[in-house]
Write a new protein. Structure first.
Length: 288
């Protein structure tokens, strides 16, 4: 199993650039020219998700688009000794953007990435043009998937699991997981190009477990501050999202944010940027 993970990294070397920020090393894609747009992926994902959806290419025709592997994902490191909360990741992102000379970007977050985007808006309100939040989890609700996702982050036991059993279980459950995320639409054939085995490497499983464990505490803490967000915000959700119910999350957030619009995409699920990349792109375009 470990050999498959290592082989995936050799066969799919990084195509982006690297940036040293503090003790972290971030991998990112940087394409296009114009107003800056930053893309932040969700739990368990990587920059390839935005490429495969077509959103990265659409946006790069008109804007400078920077998509990051968040800490511990893809080819980015996740230094130990730091609790990589949404706030900590927002601070890391801000430092990275300063190094890249990027000011006042539009930040798009998908799923878990929406929390980093919101944290950025709360920490750096004057240094943000707008937010686009897609398929986000914003309020505490029951997450049964935590029983599967959290164990690889447990001290000692987690280290054993993520080097032995967890990659195998993850690979066996991968098709069902994708069906849940893409439902009610079928999983698109092109998604077979997503680097599945690289997503199951030990470092990424640790990141997934840690972020799954901190999800509910993070939104409990952050939700009290949502009304403080002053950035222009577009909230997008798939009407048929079975993983994060829009009525419990996106619609409630829209009611709390003073300068927000809400787009409900009919026939789409959690992977709304795959179901309708043009609508997501239009939201970016309208913010710039």
């Amino acid at each position: 199993m470990g050999a498959r993970v290592r082989a995936a990294s050799r066969l799919q070397p990084p195509r982006g650039r690297f940036l040293e920020v503090g003790n972290a090393r971030l991998h990112f894609l940087d394409r296009g020219f114009g107003a800056p747009v930053v893309l932040l992926h969700g739990l368990g994902s990587m920059v390839e998700d935005f490429e495969l959806s077509g959103l990265f290419g659409l946006a790069a025709r008109q804007f400078r688009v920077v998509a990051f592997d968040r800490p511990g994902y893809g080819y980015s490191t996740r230094p130990r000794g730091t609790a990589w909360t949404p706030r900590a990741q927002a601070r890391l992102l801000h430092a990275a953007l300063e190094k890249l000379g990027i000011a006042r970007p539009v930040i798009l977050g998908h799923s878990w990435g929406t929390l980093v985007a919101l944290a950025y808006a709360l920490e750096y309100p004057a240094q943000l043009r707008a937010l686009v939040l897609a398929s986000g989890y914003y309020f505490p609700t029951v997450r049964p998937d935590g029983a599967l996702l959290v164990p690889p982050a447990i001290p000692v036991l987690g280290a054993l699991l993520r080097h032995t059993l967890s990659p195998l279980v993850g690979r066996l459950l991968w098709p069902a997981w994708l069906r849940l995320l893409f439902a009610p639409l079928p999983v698109p054939g092109y998604f077979s190009r997503f680097p599945t085995w690289r997503a199951l490497r030990a470092e990424q499983l640790r990141a997934v477990g840690q972020e799954s464990a901190m999800l509910v505490p993070s939104v409990i803490s952050m939700s009290r501050r949502y009304p403080e967000v002053r950035a222009r915000t577009t909230i997008i959700a798939g009407a048929e999202d079975r993983y994060v119910r829009p009525a419990r999350h996106s619609e409630r957030l829209h009611e709390l944010l003073p300068d927000s619009t809400y787009r409900r995409v009919s026939g789409a699920g959690h992977m709304v940027h795959h179901a309708d990349p043009q609508t997501v792109f239009q939201a970016i375009e309208e913010c710039t």
